[in-house]
Design a protein around this ligand. Sequence first.
Ligand SMILES: [Fe+2]
Length: 148
Amino acid sequence: MNVLDVLKDDHATVERLFSNIMATSSRDKSRREQLFHSLKEAVIKHSHAEEKIFYAPLRDKQPAHDMIEHGLDEHHSVEKLLQKMDNIPADSDDWIDTLENIHMKIKDHVEEEEGEIFPKAQQLLGDSELDQMTDRFLQTKEKEGPIS
Ligand SMILES: [Fe+2]
């Protein structure tokens, strides 16, 4: 498995968490909070490790530079919205609306990564470098501290 497969697996995990949360009702406030915490943790640990291990070497390569800058902007805007969720009651419409907005942003971002950044990475980095990134990505993700 190279790092692109691992990144795709994470994307699928996040998508499953969104489905699970969407299936809850506003009466399940504590379950919502618990699932949202898992989602937030999965997204933040994934994107921080992705930035350090995968984006960093690509950002230095001119043909990928702008794509990576755009990807970083999207990571930051998603992270801001995830933090904002902490101030919204989990049984409110505002909570679901904000969650749907985050879901849409993440879906677009994943589409761009898998459709544009990953093929570009394959071309610029090649199999052996992508293979070597797998363990480093997993270890870095593991080390990302607990989120608040
Ligand atoms: Fe990403």
